[in-house]
Structures are given as C-alpha cells and as structure tokens.
Write a protein that binds this ligand. Structure first.
Ligand code: NAD
Length: 501
C-alpha cells in the first residue's frame, strides 16, 4: 500500500519553472500508468517549446546570482537540500515505486538514500572547485593561475529507469559548480524529478536554479538541446537517441556529455568462487528488473565452471519473488510499461530459434507488465541476444576457453559502460581490469557505486562522467589568468615582434 496521491500533488501541473508548478502548454497530454496494475495514475499536460523557453529564461535569470554566490553559500544551501530530501524520503520512495513499478525496498534502500548521499557529497564538493597554477614565467615576474568557472545554463535529459537518481546525477554537479539547469526527465516518470526540484526550493536554493520540463523527446527534448541560450547538453539515455542529440548539440556548438546504453559483460574465470559468482550474476542481471545500464547482461564462464554456473543461476532465478512493488518482500517488480515488456519478450522469443531458454521466457498471468527472470544459453556471440541492449530481466550465458578469449568476447560489442571479472587470482584480475574496455570494471562484484566514484562510458556508451569530483570537468570551464607583476612595457618578447622600437 502507498499513500502517495499524484493527482493531488500535481494538480497545479507537472512542470517546475522558476520555483513553482505550472501546466504544460504543448496541447498534448501524457497518462502516467502504474506498470504493476496497468491503472492510470495521472494524466498531465506535456511541456512544449514555449515551456522550455520559459524554463531556460528562468535559469538564465537565476544564473548571475547563483554563479556569484560563494562556494560556501552554495554548499550551505545544498546541505539543506540534502536534509529536505532526507525528510521526504518515504514520500520520494513511494512516488518512485509507483511510477516505475520498482520494489519499495529498492526505492527505500537504494534510490532515495543514494540521492541524499549524492546531494551531501556535492554540497561538500562545491567547496573543492580548485584551479591550479599554470607555472611561472619570466623569473617569477608573472603570476599565472587557472580559474574553474561555471559555464551557464545547462540542459539535461534523463531516462525513466532511475528518475530520482538521474535527476540527482544531472542537477547536483551542475549547480554545485554554479550553473543553473533545465532538466527534462522522461515523460513516463515525471514525479520524483519534480519533487526533487521542490525540495531544492524548500532548502532555499533560489527560484530558477533548478527547473523541470516534462515533455516528449521529439518536442521538448529537441527544443532544449537546440536552444541558443543553453550552453551544454548532458544526456542519459539510449545510444540511438544520443546520436540524434549529439547532432543537434553540435549544430549549436554546445558542450556535450553523453551517458548511453550498455551491455555489461560478467566474466567468470575457472578459479572463481562459484557461489559468489552465481549470486552476483542473478543480482547484477535483475537489479531494477534488468533496466539498468550497468546490469550484467552477458555472462562468459570458463568451460570447467560453465554447466554448474548455468544450473546455479537457473535455480536461483527460480526463487526470485515477483510481486506488488509495495510489498516489502517483493524482489522483482514489473518492467516500466507493457510495450517495453513486449519488446523484451520479443528478444527472448526470437532467441528460441538460435539458443536455449533455460528458465523464464514468459510473462506471468497478471495485468501488470511483469516478465519472469530469464536465462538464455548457447547463443552465438554475434546473435541479437548477445549484442543488443534488451533492458529487461534477461541474462545470456556463453562459455569460453582461454583467458584471452574471455576478455576478447567481453569487449566484442559496441558498448563499454561497465563489466565485472570473477577470479581469486590477482594477476587475472589485473589483466581483466586493464584489458576490458569499459568505464567501470568490478572485481568479484557487480553494480555497487558510491557518490565519490565516477560513472561513465567508453565506446558507444558515451563520454564524460556523472558523480564524483570528475563530473566537475563537464560542468566547468577553465580560464587561464596571467598577471605581469612588474608592469614593464617593453619586454624581450615584445622586441621579438616589434624590433627595438
Ligand atoms: P531514451 O533514449 O529513449 O530516452 C531518454 C530521454 O531522451 C527521455 O527523456 C526521452 O524523452 C528523451 N528523448 C527521446 N528522443 C529525444 C530526442 N529526439 N531529442 C531529445 N531527447 C529525446 O532512453 P530510455 O528508454 O528513457 O532509457 C533507457 C536507456 O537509457 C537505455 O539505453 C539505458 O542503457 C540508458 N541509460 C544509460 C545510463 C548511463 O549512465 N549510461 C543510465 C541509465 C539509462
């Protein structure tokens, strides 16, 4: 059971511009559907270009004040922001579970605390925005230093799989560095991004620093990316949409940060702790019903452990409890929507012609968008199930022989977001962490990440970093400043150009 009432909460609209909720003006509506029941939860007016313009204008007018605030002032406001989020933890958890179908225990123990922690991290990090000296010149008569400056109004676009955490990952480093932001969450999942922005206002972060436009990608999304007053686009979503976003951003000379799709390999060497690997694979594949860009999707298992691994994973998957997201005992909720569930089922159905579905492979008889945990074995490396991002509770398992083969197969997709290696041998672990081309390689684990750790892809998974102090690279620009301390007009180097005049 939940007490979150979306219709009451967003009666004034599902846009958050200049510190208040407003109605979208696109002339189109969107129905948010509870994927666990198929029931409509809220129909709201989508944002269109006019709303994006209003949000960008609000962010632009807030920029001078916010960017001029001292790091300490921004930090204080963000510490209060973390406290506001913490006070609203149960409300946020319920809203997240309702719109995503996410098990409440995941929202309570992962999404919400992760967001509060992220806010506290960036509140502290706001005071660590240091530049460096660029060295001396002319025997110390010159002083050179580097200023790390905010860049302006940031336009961010986020997906539906972790709406609250994605809002945090986009907004926090941007505002900690002194920028203002317009975030477009997925139109499927507007609630917690709006509530996040409301908490910012309650914390005293000035109106216009954080704005939310909930509109469709082709309409509000493209308008935000192409907007002339937006200096940067930070996008998290699929690689296909990321390419389109990059085209528009490039045409308007914007800084670009892309967090795109993934197809994480899970490489089990023959000396691994089998039980740990089996548990890691099931948890890593099923987290958030497999709708996680770093989820374990391709398990490569060295031949001596292969059969036991397949058997162990199938058995453990059989114990996973599908159910009502608001039942604390539920392990696995529905997928985000019925069309997405059907898309996932399509991948598995096609795989039956070229591989073996060991367990799962069906939707239970239920009105929600559920799908059983699924293990596919014996697929070829170049098959669709191994290469494409399925984004559901589906793990594919393949055997390998030599260590070099395992690593080669792990690298053999266009993606490079995350990976894991399972072994007790430090040399094998070191080789895997060095040779696997991904932005993150776990050893004997898969999934955990904390605020101080960078997240971002290699290859078609994008570029740039979310979280950690590294994310400031995306949201700041470097200015070199040089003082001539002597103010002597005619320098040697002037003579090089003008001669002795
Ligand atoms: P998506 O690419 O369909 O949509 C992402 C966002 O882009 C949404 O807000 C959508 O409205 C918007 N959008 C769609 N078309 C657009 C356009 N033409 N112009 C501007 N914006 C547009 O992705 P999704 O289905 O919401 O999310 C799942 C995808 O996100 C998966 O591919 C997953 O791997 C990826 N993802 C990546 C990361 C990461 O950190 N790399 C994290 C989470 C999700």
């Amino acid at each position: 059971m939940h007490t979150f009432q979306a219709r009451d909460r967003f009666a004034d609209g599902a846009q958050y511009i200049a510190g208040r909720l407003t109605q979208g003006t696109s002339g189109r509506t969107h129905a948010v559907v509870d994927p666990a029941t198929g029931d409509e939860v809220l129909t709201y007016e989508l944002a269109g270009p006019k709303d994006v313009d209003a949000a960008v204008a609000a962010a632009a007018s807030a920029y001078d004040g916010w960017s001029a605030a001292s790091p300490g002032e921004r930090s204080d406001a963000m510490h209060r922001f973390a406290a506001e989020l913490s006070a609203r933890a149960e409300d946020l958890a319920q809203a997240e579970s309702l719109q995503c179908g996410k098990p409440i225990k995941l929202s309570r123990e992962f999404d919400v605390p992760g967001t509060v922690d992220n806010t506290a991290f960036f509140a502290g990090a706001a005071r660590h925005l240091a530049g460096q000296s660029a060295g001396e010149y002319d025997g110390g008569d010159h002083t050179s230093y580097v200023r790390r400056e905010p860049i302006g109004v940031v336009g961010s676009i986020a997906p539906w799989n972790y709406p609250l955490q994605m809002a945090a990952w986009k907004v926090l480093p941007a505002i900690a560095a002194g920028n203002t932001i317009v975030l477009k969450p997925s139109e499927l999942t507007p609630f917690t991004s709006l509530m996040f922005a409301q908490a910012a206002t309650a914390a005293g972060i000035p109106d216009g620093v954080v704005n939310i436009v909930t509109g469709a990608g082709l309409d509000a999304g493209e308008h935000l990316v192409g907007h002339p007053d937006v200096v940067m686009t930070s996008f998290t979503g699929s690689t296909g949409v990321g390419k389109r976003v990059a085209e528009i951003a490039t045409a308007t000379v914007k800084r670009l940060h892309l967090e795109l799709g993934g197809k994480a390999p899970f490489v089990v060497f023959d000396d691994a702790d089998l039980e740990a690997a089996v548990h890691g694979a099931v948890a890593g594949a099923l987290i958030n019903t497999g709708q996680d860009c770093t989820a374990a999707t391709r398990a490569y298992v060295q031949r001596p452990l292969y059969d036991a691994f397949v058997e162990g994973v199938a058995e453990l998957m059989g114990t996973v409890r599908l159910g009502d997201p608001f039942d604390p005992a539920t392990d696995l909720g529905p997928l985000i929507s019925h069309p997405h569930r059907d898309r996932v089922a399509g991948f598995v159905d096609r795989a039956r012609s070229y591989a073996r579905v060991v367990t799962g492979g069906e939707a239970p008889d239920h009105p929600g968008a559920y799908y059983r945990p699924t293990l596919i074995a014996d697929a070829a490396q170049d098959s669709e199930a191994v290469q494409a991002e399925i984004f559901g509770p589906v793990l594919v398992v393949l055997p390998f022989d030599s260590d070099a083969d395992g690593i080669r197969l792990a690298n053999d997709t266009p993606y490079g977001l995350a990976a894991s290696a399972w072994t007790r041998d430090v040399f094998r672990a070191n080789r895997a962490t060095r040779e696997i081309k991904a932005g993150c390689v776990w050893v004997n684990d898969h999934i955990p990440i904390l605020s101080e750790m960078p997240h971002g892809g290699y290859k078609a998974s994008g570029y740039g970093k979310d979280m950690s102090a590294y994310s400031f690279e995306e949201y700041t620009q470097i200015k070199h400043v040089m003082f001539d301390n002597t103010a002597v007009a005619r320098k040697d180097w002037h003579r090089t150009i003008f001669g002795d005049r």
